[in-house]
Design a protein around this ligand. Structure first.
Ligand code: TNX
Length: 470
């Protein structure tokens, strides 16, 4: 049987609808991230028992793999270390579902950037929990963990040249709880833990707004230059650095220098969002200076889409779009600012607020979570959006990837964090990994989560029992 025929057979079995597979079913990357299980019985797969042959194949697309179970011994061909891990996981899930025999399938990601942002600033998230989040991410083939390290309520990364950022600025969080910070040693250890799981850390220092905690630590960086009390509320948009003081740029240069030194990945995320109390002129002045400072570190810029207000973006900058699946016409010009990154030689990572914000309630009755995007976000909503359908003029090539976010205003414990992430993180991951055709053919995500749920349970990772899970 030819490879293509086999692929068709695979889809026929996968979707249990032999009449459906058409020519597009033969695309090499046209497999849903989460396969459809045939039954719910868990077996100890051969993938787990080590009887699988692993073969590197440099011809495969990055992070891609091929599973071939037509012969006596299953073979996994892989492009790179990530592909080998993903291939082993996929084979194990197929075996557990009883559908691993006699198949040849290829899989590789639709988008190179598949991320999750965790907010450590509103409430600290401790290192052991971050490691568990990383464990969940690798099972979902997510490859970027973006850490929102600073905000009005707390500064969470040790900066040796400005020690009060953490001795003073890390004391509290929303409601006065959730203080703490990462030492540089913690950060490096976490980065190594992530790298071993094919995950790149993207550190974010949010500038020039969302900086109240830094101003409490160093009042001389504030426009008024006066000491302020720690902020424990949930409002946004009120704080800013003094963009007219040279010491502000000395501060930013020091922070970015230490951050770049710590960071193995190519990007430093510099925020840029919701700087609502600053004039356009001042914002653009600051943007020009800070963009130059990032470039001087040798790193690339990542920022929230508002930084598209600036026309000084270095080529290769990445804008993170956080407005809704249908951009709002609220005078801020979300779509225009996102497109500005493309016009300046950059690309976009999409985190639409109404489907990728996993800090949102699942439904009106969820005891924690926000709803600012217009309502709760169900598993189904998180799973059923199409990246190329959001912003007019932003198509496949403009999209570097997709990222879920989890801000922590209402999230204070490991358990709460995990149940806001899971199962919805699987939905964002599938949107980031799989083609629309594969997702459509595979049908609803919830019934396909059996293998992942078993993995989460085995790892002690709690998840929300949403109605779609039955
Ligand atoms: C918007 S999205 C924010 C955060 C909030 C979050 C809550 C973005 C760039 N900024 O400051 O924490 O909503 O969901």
């Amino acid at each position: 049987m030819s490879q293509a025929d086999n692929n068709v057979a695979w889809y026929a079995r996968l979707v249990r609808n032999p009449s459906k597979p058409g020519p597009e079913a033969m695309m090499h990357d046209d497999v849903p991230l989460v396969p459809a299980p045939r039954h719910l019985v868990r077996t100890i797969g051969r993938a787990a028992s080590g009887q699988v042959r692993l073969e590197r194949d440099p011809g495969l697309p990055a992070e891609g793999f091929e599973i071939d179970t037509r012969g006596a011994q299953p073979v996994i061909r892989y492009a790179d270390a990530a592909g080998a891990t993903y291939g082993r996981d996929a084979l194990r899930h197929l075996e557990d579902a009883g559908i691993a025999g006699g198949i040849l399938l290829h899989d590789s990601p639709r988008f190179p950037h598949r991320g999750l942002m965790i907010d450590l600033a509103r409430h600290m998230v401790e290192v052991p929990t971050l490691r568990e989040v990383i464990d969940a991410m690798v099972g979902l083939r997510l490859n970027h963990l973006h850490l929102h390290l600073t905000d009005d309520q707390g500064w969470r990364l040790e900066i040796r040249s400005w020690p009060r950022l953490t001795t003073v600025g890390a004391a509290g969080g929303v409601g006065g709880t959730g203080g703490g910070f990462l030492t540089q040693r913690d950060y490096r250890d976490l980065q190594a833990y992530a790298a071993a799981r094919h995950i790149t850390l993207v550190p974010e220092i949010d500038l020039p707004g969302h900086t109240h905690a830094a101003l409490v630590a160093y009042p001389e960086l504030a426009p008024a230059g006066v000491a302020t009390q720690p902020y424990e509320g949930m409002e946004v948009g009120f704080s800013q650095l003094d963009v007219h003081a040279e010491r502000t740029y000395a501060f930013v240069a020091d922070v970015l220098h230490e951050l770049a030194d710590l960071t193995e990945g190519p990007y430093l995320h510099i925020g840029g969002d919701e700087c609502l109390a600053m004039s356009q002129e001042d914002y653009l002045l600051f943007a020009r200076r800070v963009l130059g400072l990032v470039t001087a570190t040798g790193k690339r810029v990542m920022a929230w889409h508002e930084l598209g207000r600036s026309s000084d973006l270095p080529p290769g900058s990445v804008g993170q779009y956080w407005d809704l699946t249908t951009p709002r016409q609220d005078g801020i010009g979300h779509a225009e600012r996102a497109r500005s990154f493309l016009a300046q030689g950059g690309r976009l990572v999409l985190s639409p607020g109404d489907v990728a914000y996993l800090d949102h309630k699942y439904d009106a009755d969820t005891d924690l979570g926000l709803t600012w995007s217009g309502g709760p976000t169900s598993l189904t909503q998180a799973a059923t959006w199409e990246p190329t359908a959001l912003i007019p003029g932003v198509g496949e090539e403009a999209i570097l990837g997709v990222e879920a976010t989890c801000f922590t205003e209402t999230i204070t414990t490991r358990e709460d964090l995990l149940r806001m992430l899971l199962p919805r993180l699987a939905a964002t991951a599938e949107v980031a990994w799989s083609t629309p055709a594969a997702r459509e053919r595979a049908g609803d995500l919830a019934p396909r989560l059996v293998g992942l749920r078993a993995d989460w349970e085995a790892a002690g990772l709690g998840y929300e029992r949403v109605p779609e899970l039955g």
